[in-house]
Design a protein around this ligand. Structure first.
Ligand code: SAH
Ligand code: SF4
Length: 420
């Protein structure tokens, strides 16, 4: 979502004459877009800011801003730790960047971390008409009301809000006019989308009517919002790709309860079985947290058991990170070495499963949307239906098109194939 937000922020400042630069040295303004989900990501911004101190000393007119969820959560702290910061803008206020930029130009500081009443999307500048690459992100839902015990999202992104379907359809059609062939619909809880009477499935069906749009994906979903209409869309909508990111976080009922996830491991597995019945060839991806406060060896083994039972083609796993203001931050941490060891074991298992999913592609035919040229001469790179990177030898004209490919070789992080 930060990629999408960064695009929109750059566009919002385009009206003031700003264009993107390739290096910080060329910039009149440096705007860091930030993530607060884990401590490591949040702390990175202070070292990043430190890197620009010298540049700011050389070029006093250079403006430095911090955007995103760290700005939202730690605005005052950022200015205290790095007084050279001119601008702080939260993820729901960035449509105000033009006014904030004008204020900053008068030598004052601009801070806005409100959750405004108005819809920022209605106030953002119109998107440019220039040609662009074949894939794009499109935010359809933001925020979260679920309050998992470990998570900052409900505090930094605010309450769950869905954009109206009509607004999204206009933006999607414009992106397709500019060359986009694949859209990934984004939301912190994207399948809780309710801007269409039939929820996310209703929106997906509407989008699938757009000529020229060939592929639709969505992320990130919560198991409890995975309704039958969405499961059926995976079965029936040819443009909806057979890939689903459905985080479970833990396989232990005790930990799921402590996390406030509001479902059990058995309910999750039952859901996966129903989804796979509807769409057998679906690649499943997930998120896991190890070392959540109170996690015992037995709880962790339950996670390993769930992973073995489900089988993931892709996964993200993290060591629990205590986040200020969340209920779990008050609880006692699992010792770091125990959490480290668990993470390594889980990652080894997930990586074996990912390799098996890659190997299973060899000899299969799939379709690939080509996005760019590869590192080697004559090589093209694109994504399979299952979101795996695929390399082939082919003509550059195929960029932006979907082609049938036979997979010949599986590598650790990508596949090789031949055009059919
Ligand atoms: N809405 C999604 C997740 C969004 S946050 C869901 O409910 O599943 C993305 C991922 O970051 C989460 O799935 C979780 O695995 C991880 N994450 C969030 N907070 C974390 C924390 N405090 N420590 C470690 N990982 C965390
Ligand atoms: Fe965070 Fe996802 Fe839980 Fe919402 S549902 S609080 S975004 S982990």
């Amino acid at each position: 979502m930060n990629v999408y937000d960064s695009e929109r922020m750059a566009e919002a400042l385009g009206g003031q004459g700003y264009v993107s630069t390739n290096t910080p040295d060329d910039a009149d303004m440096i705007l860091l877009n930030t993530c607060h989900i884990r401590e490591k990501a949040a702390e990175k911004i202070y070292s990043e800011l430190g890197r620009y101190k010298g540049l700011k000393a050389e070029k006093p007119d250079l403006k430095i801003g911090v955007a995103g969820c760290v700005a939202q959560a730690e605005g005052a702290e950022i200015v205290r730790r790095q007084p050279m910061v001119d601008l702080v803008v939260g993820p729901q206020s960035y449509h105000k960047l033009p006014q904030m930029e004008a204020r900053v130009q008068t030598g004052r500081r601009a801070i806005d971390t409100d959750f405004p009443e108005e819809d920022k999307f209605e106030h953002l500048t119109k998107r440019p008409k220039a040609r662009r690459g074949p894939t794009a992100f499109l935010t359809v839902q933001e925020g979260c009301d679920k309050f998992c015990a470990f998570c900052v999202v409900p505090y930094t992104r605010g309450a769950e809000v869905s954009r109206p379907a009509e607004q999204i359809l206009v933006e999607a059609a414009e992106l397709v006019d500019r060359g986009v062939r694949e859209l990934t619909l984004l939301g912190q809880n994207v399948n809780a989308y309710h801007g269409h009477a039939d929820g996310l499935a209703g929106l997906i069906w509407k989008l699938s009517d757009i000529d020229g749009l060939e592929r639709i994906r969505f992320t990130t979903s919560h198991p409890n919002d995975m309704d039958d209409a969405l499961i059926n869309a995976h079965r029936d909508c040819p443009k909806l790709m057979p890939y689903l990111h459905l985080p479970v976080q833990s396989g232990s009922d005790r930990i799921l309860k402590a996390m406030n996830r509001k479902h059990t491991a058995a309910e999750y597995i039952d859901l996966i079985n129903r989804i796979r019945d509807a769409k057998p060839d679906l690649l499943l991806s997930g998120d896991f947290i190890v070392g959540f406060p109170g996690e015992t060896d037995a709880d962790f083994e339950d996670t390993m058991t769930l992973v073995r039972e489900v089988g993931y083609g892709q996964a993200y796993s993290f060591k629990y990170s205590a986040r200020p203001g969340t209920p779990a931050a008050e609880r006692e941490d699992v010792p770091a070495d125990v959490a480290d060891e668990r993470l390594q074991r889980l990652q080894a298992l997930l990586s074996d499963q990912q390799k098996a999913a890659q190997n299973a592609m060899v000899g299969r035919n799939t379709t690939v949307l080509f996005e760019k040229t590869g590192r080697e001469a004559g090589q093209l790179v694109g994504k399979s239906e299952h979101l795996q990177a695929v390399h082939v030898v082919g003509n550059i004209d195929l960029i932006g098109t979907v082609q049938s490919v036979r997979i010949t070789t599986a590598m650790t992080n990508s596949l090789e194939g031949e055009l059919l």
